[in-house]
Design a protein around this ligand. Structure first.
Ligand SMILES: [Zn+2]
Length: 308
């Protein structure tokens, strides 16, 4: 009798362990990136729209690091690429026109929200103050998506009354399930006029927004053409690391599950970005949290350090 009980117990534990091993193995594997992309974006059309008004294009793209979180497991960033750890850097971007007008893309998070989400992470209070001043001066502000590390600095801005009319959050961003974590309560959301567009939108001369739902419902790419002809594409969190595009390989299913992502949509976006590196190498892709890549962009003078 007792022997039967132990045997059953042993079998139950073995079955549970097996299920656990399978869940971990599947969770750490990635949805594969397809050979051809169904992501609906046409670089020729984007380029044409960027210069369609004939108005002067921005003369520089600048970035400001506001925070840094280390110890992010690399296995959750690039599937099957080892078990080291990554550092995530948090940036705001600023486009500057010759007449002094500016456009902000992403503003980072306020200290409190960042510490709640990444306890013990580094936060640069002076950089945050500079970003808030840039937010006040900006002619227009947009975000790549509705996650706190890109837009909580808007929801928690001390200057919200002053800037709300110049902040263009899309319908999907304002109503996405993660907007609340960034501080966009229903009351706050009502203070913004949602930006509505299909597929792509000319925000300002040389600045085109391209819908790319997947990482979040409100994710968009930001194409930039500078007056000297240089081109950049801010891809937000479609990739967390340059290797997601280079290989191309996504982060694992576990990250998709935890983040509520549409992995299939992201896989097609990664294929599109990967192919663009070959067909349009002159278009510089900017991944949101990859500090090493950002330093490379700065060394080459593509992105200038610090905001105006
Ligand atoms: Zn992010």
């Amino acid at each position: 009798m007792r022997r039967t009980l132990w045997r059953r117990l042993g079998l139950a534990v073995a079955a549970l362990l097996l299920v656990l091993v399978v869940v971990v193995a599947v969770g750490l594997s990635a949805v594969s990136v397809p050979d051809t992309s169904r992501f609906d974006a046409d670089l020729g059309a984007i380029r044409a729209l960027a210069v369609s008004t004939g108005a002067p294009l921005p003369v520089e793209l600048r970035s400001q690091r506001v925070g840094r979180a280390s110890g992010v497991p690399h296995a959750l960033v690039v599937a099957g690429d080892g078990f080291g750890s990554d550092t995530f850097e948090f940036y705001a971007y600023q486009l500057v026109y010759a007449d002094g007008r500016t456009v902000l893309v992403d503003v980072g998070s306020d200290a409190q929200t960042q510490q709640a989400q990444f306890p013990g992470s580094e936060f640069d209070a002076a950089a945050y103050a500079r970003i808030q001043e840039a937010l006040r001066r900006a002619d227009a502000t947009v975000v790549t998506h509705e996650h706190f590390d890109h837009c909580a600095g808007i929801a928690h801005s001390a200057y919200l009354d002053e800037v709300a009319g110049k902040v263009h959050l899309t319908d999907e961003q304002l109503n996405g399930p993660d907007a609340l974590d960034a501080g966009f309560t229903a009351e706050l959301r009502a203070r913004f006029t949602p930006l509505k567009y299909e597929r792509m939108h000319l925000l300002r001369p040389g600045v085109v927004l391209i819908k790319a739902p997947g990482h979040t419902p409100g994710t968009q790419l930001v194409y930039v053409r500078l007056a000297d002809g240089r081109e950049l594409l801010l891809v937000g969190d479609v990739a967390w690391h340059q290797d997601n595009i280079r290989l191309p390989r996504m982060h694992p299913r576990l990250t998709n599950w935890l983040g509520g992502e549409d992995a299939q949509a992201m896989a097609h976006q990664l294929r599109w970005l990967h192919d663009l590196q070959r067909t349009a190498p002159e278009l510089h892709q900017v991944v949101a949290h990859d500090g090493a890549r950002m330093q490379d962009h700065q060394r080459r003078g593509l992105i200038l350090d610090g905001l105006r």
